[in-house]
Design a protein. Sequence first.
Length: 160
Amino acid sequence: MKKYQISGGIYLENGKNRKYTEAPIKILLAKPAIDGHDRGIFVLAKAFRDAGMDVIYAGLLPTPEEVVDTAINEDVDVIALSLLNGAHMTAFRNVMESLKKRGVNDIAVVGGGIIPDEDKPALEKMGITGNFGPGTPLSEIISHIKKRAREIRKLRENEY
């Protein structure tokens, strides 16, 4: 597994920076393309926080590489991608390719936004689950994220 050096000669490793397995789920919310529609992601951020998760928002217009860098640096369990502009197939794929290029296989990726039903199987095949649309009950999204985080933490336990 790759190590990443940060200031002071400290090294971080994917999935090994946790002290407690009972730590709150850490989730990164990102809109990795030109999409300024951020009201929904703020609603999600509040709901995830209220569900006990540590929430990080990547801000508007991060590149796929910035999303992955942030996910690694913050040692997140889940990346939640959201787009409303129809660029999900390209932008979400670029995030997954960046994760693979960096050798990261222990961060779950979930998607949401305006995603046509015919695109969902391709996203699932890439490893992006959920792919929720507007109107999905928050409880359903939260339940899915908790499930994916448990799967990732179990994977980390078995790998390390």
